[in-house]
Write a protein that binds this ligand. Structure first.
Ligand code: ZN
Length: 167
């Protein structure tokens, strides 16, 4: 595994729509492994392939809603689609590609996602709270959309000194 550079806002790569993954080969596995390491080192909760410069539909989401005493784990989503949502949450959101900035973004409280794994098998994943927010945020990246475009407003510096999540 190797850490990859995270592309930041201003780079046109982040505005482009990603193409589906069609080959579930060693190259994809290498990309996902590198993304895992990059996400862990950046201490984030999600990462999309375009954030490491690859215009393919693959994202990682850290599942943080785990029972007490169990480890958080990374979900790999290849060619993901949101197939159901419900409820609403409003909260601060950030992005590893928009360092040190946060905005108030409305997202569904619950999201169900259909996606392939690294071998091409289809699965359905459900997320609530931060996980649902992260599903939506990362899949937006595949459409070339950043949270800064859909947020109600950005947080001020004073507000940021409170709390925020990087995705
Ligand atoms: Zn992001």
């Amino acid at each position: 595994m190797a850490r990859r550079n995270i592309v930041t806002v201003g780079d046109r790569i982040l505005t482009k729509k990603c193409r589906p993954v069609t080959k579930f080969d060693e190259r994809l596995h290498q990309l996902l492994d590198d993304m895992r390491e990059t996400l862990a080192l950046a201490d984030g909760v999600g990462l999309a392939a375009p954030q490491v410069g690859i215009l393919r539909r693959a994202v990682l989401v850290l599942e943080t809603n785990v029972p007490e005493g169990e480890e958080e784990y990374v979900i790999e989503l290849v060619n993901p689609d949101i197939i159901e949502t419900s409820g609403e949450q409003t909260g601060a959101e950030g992005c590893l590609s928009v360092p040190d900035e946060y905005g108030i973004v409305r997202r569904p409280e619950y999201a169900k996602v259909r996606a392939q794994d690294r071998y091409g098998e289809w699965h359905v994943f459900e997320g609530t709270g931060l996980t649902a927010r992260c599903f939506c945020h990362e899949i937006d990246h595949l459409e070339g959309r950043l949270f800064t475009e859909i947020c109600d407003r950005m947080l001020t510096e004073e507000e940021i000194n409170g709390s925020g999540e990087e995705e």
